[in-house]
Design a protein around this ligand. Structure first.
Ligand SMILES: [Zn+2]
Length: 343
């Protein structure tokens, strides 16, 4: 079968790899029908040292179950399923608490040992706990929005939840990539009154306004902080969704939270230390991390199916598997917000 393999920065190839197959009795074999390229795939695309050993890529996919292992009970052959960006057993103490990304028997797709979503098929470990059956056909018109439930929409929602967004609150979303845009959707969905997007790209800003952003701040650094204060009677916002992960964006996020506010961080941190902002005397909560997408699908799915939210609009590039290297280039050059792969 064919799959996406990364060998170093800027070096993504479509190669023949061993066919995915059932190994453990708890596995399912899923033939991929849709996949995506994630902003987080761009971190290795920008900085991975060259390697002889390729790394399988992709962690957002939907597909058809072609086979199941002997111990799989809930997932059936023929199901159309969404696979969240982490796999999990659904039964351990953390899964029971809704934190599937910390599953004691779980893990993440791709790398050197597992299949990735940007390929023709995937061996899915812990199939019963991981996969979420979808009540639609494989080419349903809502497929782009359904695909966002595997990562970016769930991640935007997680940013909003951990930033304690609620009815009537003031919110800032730092970064207008696919996750930030989904963060705008999530904040609006949870009843925020003011949603300030910090970004400077016209295409993203336009979409953010359609999703519910009320104000745009395109300045950076201290100017951005001053502008957010102007927009919030000098106070800062109650909830900040940090959707980038750089030190500068985290610095801004911590600086615009008002006393008693919360910052939900979902951008994968690219620096090991937290910026030295004094959050102690302001009683600011700093939370966030990898979103337990598996826990959020059930809550978000009806809003997608009934047309209340349209997160699939973040996809502005569509291609086939052979076009994946161009999809990476398009996203890396900021010519595309997010790439969808059809099979
Ligand atoms: Zn678990």
């Amino acid at each position: 079968m064919k799959a996406t393999v990364m060998y170093g920065a800027g070096d993504v190839r479509i190669e023949n790899v061993p066919d995915a197959r059932i190994i453990e009795p708890t596995d399912a074999l899923v033939v991929v029908t849709r996949a995506a390229i994630c902003g987080s795939d761009l971190w290795p695309y920008k900085g991975m040292p060259s390697s002889e050993v390729g790394r399988r890529m992709g962690h957002e996919f939907i597909g058809l179950v072609e086979a199941v292992g002997a111990d799989v009970r809930k997932i059936k052959v023929g199901d159309l399923v969404a696979a969240p960006f982490a796999w999990s057993d659904g039964t351990c103490i953390y899964c029971q608490e809704g934190l599937h990304t910390s599953c004691l028997h779980g893990g993440f797709w791709g790398g050197t040992k597992l299949d990735g979503g940007q390929g023709e098929a995937v061996r899915v470990p812990q199939a019963d706990g991981t996969l979420y059956p979808l009540p639609v056909g494989r080419d349903h018109a809502l497929m782009p929005s359904l695909l966002t439930l595997t990562d970016v929409m769930a991640t935007g929602h997680h940013a909003a939840i951990t930033a304690k967004v609620g009815p009537g609150k003031t919110v800032a979303v730092v970064g207008g990539g696919a996750v930030g845009l989904c963060g705008v959707i999530a904040a609006k969905r949870l009843g925020a009154e003011q949603i300030i997007l910090l970004d400077r790209h016209p295409d993203r800003i336009e979409l953010a306004k359609e999703f519910g952003a009320t104000d745009i701040v395109s300045e950076r650094g201290e100017e951005a902080v001053a502008r957010v204060r102007e927009l919030t009677k000098g106070l800062g916002v109650q909830s900040v969704l940090e959707c980038v992960g750089y030190a500068e964006s985290t610095h801004t996020a911590l600086s615009i939270a008002r006393p008693g506010g919360a910052v939900g961080r979902v951008g994968v941190p690219q620096d090991e230390v937290m910026p030295a902002i004094n959050t102690f005397f302001s009683n600011i909560t700093i939370a966030g991390g990898p979103a337990p997408a598996r826990a959020y699908i059930a809550e978000l799915l009806p809003d997608v199916l009934e047309g209340r939210i349209h997160p699939g609009r973040v996809f502005d590039w569509v291609g086939r598997l052979d076009g994946v290297p161009e999809g990476y280039r398009a996203m890396n050059d900021r010519r595309a917000i997010k790439a969808l792969i059809e099979f």
